[in-house]
Design a protein around this ligand. Structure first.
Ligand code: CA
Length: 248
């Protein structure tokens, strides 16, 4: 049986909605759209979709409130569609339980890639133990989580304990944006100073060690005002990696 993945689109801008619907239908998804938050919530309840695309600026209900409402009963991946200038909104959406966001205007390949990433992450059990890969590889960068080793083009990179924790946190969530607060909390604990300075300093050190050009990073990108995102690579459960498919 050919079961199509269902996507619920909650977006009041008709042209963006049509673009997403057409793109998704053309790529084998079943797309259902709603122009208001109220209709969107009822679509989610009745259809139990595989993923939700959510515009934050809706005419009736605030997008953040929709995320909170959905999270009361469902763990469905939520991909937020936001305008460029809404950094604080993006952070609020991620903190409320959204999985990722995509910034308008966006192209077809970016939309599809974000959807695939969110779907993949949603299939990892909450404990993350059994499905947790032991190796991450992207281009010349290779991280062996079991041996706690980081290699760049075959050469071992020496990272401090904190730097390694940051790199492995990002690599285990590759493709997904991690907010500054999430990272600080995860590495330094809930009582850490919510000042991003220590994080920025460590990230700068990491970039000097793993990036060819730290000003134009290849592996870890900065999502301005939100956090960091590691490029999606190949994650494997054994150290025998198959050849990498180049993204050309
Ligand atoms: Ca809107």
């Amino acid at each position: 049986m050919n079961h199509k993945l269902t996507v619920v689109i909650i977006e009041d801008e008709k042209n963006i909605c049509t673009f997403m619907e057409t793109t998704l239908e053309n790529h084998g998804y079943k797309a259902v759209s709603a122009g208001t938050g109220k209709d969107g919530l009822s679509c989610i309840t009745s259809l139990c979709p595989d993923i939700v695309l959510l515009d934050l600026g809706l005419p009736d209900i605030d997008g953040i409130d929709i995320i909170k409402k959905v999270r009361e009963f469902s763990a469905v991946p939520i991909l937020v569609i936001s305008a460029r200038s809404e950094e604080s909104q993006k952070v609020a959406a991620l903190d409320a339980g959204a999985d990722d966001y995509i910034t308008k205007p966006f192209g077809t390949s970016e939309l599809l890639a974000r959807i695939r990433t969110a779907l993949r992450h949603s299939q990892i059990p909450a404990s993350g133990v059994s499905a947790s890969p032991s190796v991450y590889q992207c281009g010349d960068l290779c991280i062996d989580f079991e041996k706690r080793l980081v290699n760049l083009a075959g050469n071992q990179i020496h990272l401090t304990q904190i730097e390694y924790k940051l790199v492995s946190l990002l690599a285990r969530n590759a493709g997904k944006v991690l907010t500054y607060d999430f990272m600080i909390n995860h590495i330094w604990g809930p009582y850490a100073d919510n000042n991003n300075q220590i994080l920025r300093v460590n990230m700068a050190h990491i970039r000097r060690k793993i990036e060819e050009n730290p000003a134009d990073p290849k592996y870890i990108s900065t999502e301005i005002g939100v956090g960091y995102r590691m490029k999606e690579g190949i994650s494997a459960n054994s150290s025998s990696l198959w050849p990498e498919e180049e993204n050309t």
